[in-house]
Design a protein around this ligand. Structure first.
Ligand SMILES: Nc1nc2c(c(=O)[nH]1)N[C@H]1C(S)=C(S)[C@@H](COP(=O)(O)OP(=O)(O)OC[C@H]3O[C@@H](n4cnc5c(N)ncnc54)[C@H](O)[C@@H]3O)O[C@H]1N2
Ligand code: MOO
Length: 350
């Protein structure tokens, strides 16, 4: 990589495995190639690469190097079986990133995986934990199951030392391969959203009779639209259990992909919605969700069609249990009771 014979004598050397890092005074480094990116940080205005790995040091660089605190530079002699930080970060990113992810160039020993689309990011936490227990390498991710948009960072791989044993990176590749063989997916992927047509039944005698204006329709339509789906039809029902059952079955007959029923989800005598959803023949996955807001949400499947009972907060709160579960349904996931149970940890949002 660099011409070690031109290094000044009497300088410090650091051995990492079979590889060698030799310190060279910046004044003696003119003509040598930089062994790694060099970072400048000016708080509030700049953080980034001042010099790129492989840059040939020139006389004019010396004051700039001193400005960022460099009195010495490394000359690197990589042994077989060792990897430069950039190559380690890149190989990990290549192994981990699945469909609909993009990669940045290696940069200061780091590669960022980004989403190429609007979708649901899926990250296997077990693989992340196993990789981070290896040592000398780091994988930082966002939490799985959230909505991401094009260009959003979802994970970053990083080598901690400048030289990493290749075996550690190979272990990351093996973890990714094992996961791929078992699950048919890479540990980090973006699932696209399906475009679903939903029927929305808005219950509440006060809305049905026209005493108050409906606020559920616009809010739910917007939430679906933002993810590429639509409320294809909205209907209204008073707080009457049988009427609600009939309207749900009407939506089912029309073949909508999803059924949403708003209002009447809590404890008042006029709250008929959970009972009506059950009477319609729904297999209820859960009534009650360990998340706030949205604890009174019901989720189930009616002859395979996802059906939600939506509590009042969905009208006005931007992030409820509906906003957690809706993207998963749109991404084609089947929601089971365990998924709902797990929402409680980290599920307190107000
Ligand atoms: N004692 C308890 N009180 C409440 C509980 C509880 O467990 N025990 N749960 C709370 C939670 S959480 C929620 S959320 C709310 C509301 O639940 P509901 O889904 O039953 O909502 P409603 O009773 O039907 O209505 C509440 C409120 O919102 C207005 N509303 C309903 N639909 C519409 C609409 N389409 N457009 C405009 N406004 C609407 C309705 O008129 C009421 O004012 O219960 C908590 N209380
Ligand atoms: O279902 Mo309530 O909306 O938790 O706020």
């Amino acid at each position: 990589m660099t011409d070690s014979s031109s290094a000044a004598s009497g300088v410090n050397e650091k051995r990492i495995g079979q590889s060698l890092l030799r310190e060279v005074k910046v004044e003696d480094a003119v003509g040598l190639l930089l062994a790694h990116d060099l970072t400048q940080i000016v708080p509030g205005s700049f953080k980034g690469r001042l010099f790129r790995k492989g840059h040939r040091v020139e006389e004019a660089d010396i004051p700039k190097l001193k400005d960022i605190g460099k009195e010495h530079l490394y000359v690197m002699e990589l042994a077989p079986g060792d990897l430069h930080e950039d190559d380690a970060a890149l190989r990990m990113a290549l192994a981990l990133g699945g469909p609909n992810t993009t990669r940045t160039e290696p940069h200061e020993g780091k590669v960022t995986l980004k989403s190429a689309m609007t979708g649901l990011v899926k990250i296997n936490k077990d693989a992340v934990d196993r990789i981070n227990s290896i040592g000398d390498i780091a994988l930082a991710t966002v939490t799985s199951g959230r909505v991401v948009h094009p260009g959003d960072a979802v994970a970053a791989t990083r080598a901690i030392p400048l030289i990493v044993p290749e075996a550690k990176v190979a272990e990351v590749e093996r973890i990714a391969e094992d996961y791929h063989r078992a699950e048919g997916a890479r540990p980090i992927e973006i699932k696209p959203f399906r475009k679903l047509r939903a029927g929305l039944l808005t219950t509440g005698t006060e809305v049905y009779s026209g005493r108050i204006a409906d606020k559920f329709g616009p809010a739910v339509s917007r939430k679906l639209q933002e993810l590429g789906s639509e409320v294809a039809e909205q209907r209204f029902a008073p707080d009457d259990r049988q009427t609600i059952v009939n309207e749900i079955l009407y939506f089912l007959d029309l073949g909508y992909d999803m059924i949403l029923v708003s209002g009447g989800m809590s404890v008042d005598p006029d709250d008929r919605t959970p009972g009506a959803i059950a009477d319609a023949g729904t297999d209820i996955v859960s009534y009650g969700t360990p998340m706030l807001p949205g604890s009174m949400l019901l989720f189930g499947y009616l002859r395979g069609v996802p059906i939600f009972g939506l509590p009042g907060c969905v009208m006005h709160d931007p992030y409820t249990s509906f906003d957690v579960l809706l993207p998963r349904v749109l991404a084609g996931e089947t929601i089971v009771r365990e998924d709902i149970v797990r929402m409680g940890y980290g599920g307190l949002h107000r």
